[in-house]
Design a protein around this ligand. Structure first.
Ligand SMILES: Nc1ncnc2c1ncn2[C@@H]1O[C@H](COP(=O)(O)OP(=O)(O)OP(=O)(O)O)[C@@H](O)[C@H]1O
Ligand SMILES: [Mg+2]
Length: 225
């Protein structure tokens, strides 16, 4: 029993009346970013919302996800966005956002449209969860327009050297705190700990009961477009 449940967190209090916001889950592959975003989406501030897994295969999401989940393909034109996203109703997950907002693709039409959409997320009362293994891989416009709550999972020390300067110290602290908690709570699954640098605090996210290991590999054999 620990006192780090989301419902007791500063982040949860901060979100109690929030109608929009962005969560950035960052850390090395398989350390729990996707699980954390999905666990977060089930928490009280988002109750009643539908969860939209962008660019996941529709058939994939029909197998084993809760009934409030759906897969949508990011549209070719921003004007078509409201065909797939419902203002005030959705929690959007941009998992492995490098496929949509890579720092290397900053001038592409798709990337520019996502940048614009991020600026009107608040107008549409939407929450977005974004996962990326290192923020240097992500177009920084994804972090510029809304309240951003950074959820750190462990980052490999080699990858950490290549973090954006603004994130390096935060992730270094996150790694140190995570190691500290693993030692302090050896019986707790190490991947459940999440350092939220925007508060700062440690929060535990439990793996959803319906989670299957295949859900951690949604892009197995698939290159998202
Ligand atoms: N909170 C948790 N409690 C228990 N196990 C977890 C937890 N989070 C993750 N895991 C385990 O780790 C696996 C990988 O987690 P996840 O898919 O979230 O990683 P990821 O950081 O998104 O990886 P990638 O960058 O490769 O997509 C899960 O399938 C699960 O087995
Ligand atoms: Mg993932």
């Amino acid at each position: 029993m620990t006192v780090h449940e989301f419902k007791d967190s500063k982040l949860s209090k901060r979100l109690k009346w929030a109608k929009h916001g962005t969560f950035l889950a960052v850390g090395t592959g398989q350390w729990g970013k996707t699980v954390t975003m999905n666990a977060l989406a089930a928490e009280a501030p988002f109750r009643g919302r539908n969860v939209v897994l962008i660019n996941y295969s529709k058939d994939f999401v029909k197998k084993g996800y809760p009934s409030n989940y759906r897969a949508e393909k990011w549209p070719g034109k921003i004007a078509d966005l409201y065909k797939i996203i419902k203002p005030g109703e959705d929690f959007i997950i941009l998992d492995d956002a490098i496929f949509m907002a890579s720092s290397r693709d900053t001038q592409t039409k798709e990337n520019k449209e996502i940048q614009k959409f991020m600026t009107i997320l608040s107008h549409n009362d939407l929450f977005a969860g974004i996962s990326i293994q290192n923020t240097s891989l992500l177009d920084f416009s994804m972090m510029q327009s809304q309240d951003v709550h950074v959820l750190h999972k462990f980052m490999d020390p080699v990858a950490l050297q290549f973090e954006r300067p603004s994130m390096k110290l935060k992730q270094t602290v996150a790694n140190a705190m995570l190691v500290h908690y693993w030692k302090r709570y050896p019986d707790v699954n190490a991947k459940s700990w999440t350092w939220c640098s925007s508060k700062p605090e440690m929060v535990q996210f439990h793996i959803p009961w319906w989670w299957q290991s295949t859900m951690s590999k949604a892009f197995r054999g698939v290159i998202p477009k």
